[in-house]
Design a protein around this ligand. Structure first.
Ligand code: MEV
Length: 318
């Protein structure tokens, strides 16, 4: 029996979220610890969809997941398989709506799974365009950074409308990710900044501009391997994200705990208002200690990972 699999990893925004929507650069990292997998099999009759959130015919998928149905139908059209009888199963360990790119990874896993099932390779651009159908539905006006990062095997500097650039990382560093457990809504967070910008353009544009400057400096700092300045830049970015109104009490709490426990810097990651924080650790042992402290302080889940250059992967990039 024919069966195919598609996968995609989650993502972490190191710096530049929100400002990226307004054309500033942002830096994002693939986060392979968490990933989405899509299994495509033959079925009889309609397209059946199975996931933790919904199981049943694709045509009856709930409204909030409609983006996935649009993405599946458009992909099948692209593959010339409009009449396919399929069972599409989604398995993911990426917490949903926490800023880790679960929607982008899910969409990318599905598109890859379908392309593999029909043994019809799609170009990189096509894969991302199809995946973004679901993103647009879920997020309104995404910058595209999530899709680029779940697609990339290396850290990237992303700017709307440009090809993402692989980043040079001189010195590996350990990043802790801690989940507040609070569900966030990217669409609302993005819309809240847009509304504030209408009311008080100077104030909001200043924060966006500063976030852009911090991101540009982060790129240089990563190239120079200056981890203490990297920590400072993460802290500065958090101040501006607070200013934009996308931090909240659970985030501030975890950020403060991380800093009190010696993190070189800490900030929210992704859209904010719930979701996850990241903290820069001194080394692997410190990262593991920070995880423990953050869980004691209320984080529902924590992870840490080493961010480093992979020269082999880098040279494979398009
Ligand atoms: C979400 O991961 C990142 C935001 O900047 C939104 C976007 O870029 O589409 C908040």
């Amino acid at each position: 029996e024919k069966r195919a699999v598609g996968t995609a990893h989650s993502k972490i925004i190191l710096i530049g979220e929100h400002a990226v929507v307004y054309g500033e650069p942002a830096i994002a990292l693939p986060f392979p610890t968490l990933s989405a997998t899509c299994i495509v099999e033959h079925s009889y009759g309609k397209i059946l969809f199975e996931s933790e959130k919904y199981t049943g015919p694709l045509e009856r998928i709930p409204e909030r997941m409609k983006g996935l149905a649009l993405c599946i139908n458009e992909t099948l059209l692209e593959l010339g398989q409009k009449q396919a009888n399929l069972k599409i199963t989604l398995i993911s360990n990426i917490p949903i709506a926490r800023g880790l790119g679960s929607s982008a990874a899910t969409a990318m896993a599905i598109v890859r799974g379908l392309s593999n099932y029909f043994a019809t390779p799609l170009t990189k651009t096509k894969l991302k365009t199809l995946g973004n159908i679901a993103e647009k539905y879920a997020h309104g006006n995404p910058s595209g950074i999530d899709m680029e990062t779940v697609f990339s095997d290396v850290p990237i500097l992303f700017q709307k409308g440009f090809m993402p650039k692989p980043l040079f990382i001189q010195k590996p560093f350990y990043l802790v990710v801690a989940d507040t457990g609070e569900i966030r809504n990217t669409k609302l967070a993005v819309a809240s900044i847009l509304a504030k910008r209408k009311q008080d353009p100077k104030h909001i544009e200043h924060s966006i501009h500063l976030l852009g400057l911090y991101t540009r400096e982060t790129k240089d700092v990563l190239m120079a391997g200056d981890l203490s300045r990297l920590g400072e830049l993460l802290n500065l970015a958090q101040i501006e994200l607070k200013n934009l109104g996308v931090s909240d009490e659970p985030i501030d709490h975890l950020v403060n705990v991380a800093k009190n426990e010696g993190a070189l810097g800490a900030k929210l990651t992704g859209a904010g208002r719930g979701g996850c924080i990241i903290a820069l650790a001194e080394n692997g042992d410190h990262a593991s200690m920070l995880c423990k402290r953050l869980r004691e302080a209320g984080a529902t889940e924590t992870w840490f990972f080493k961010v480093e250059q992979d020269s082999e992967q880098l040279s494979c990039e398009e």
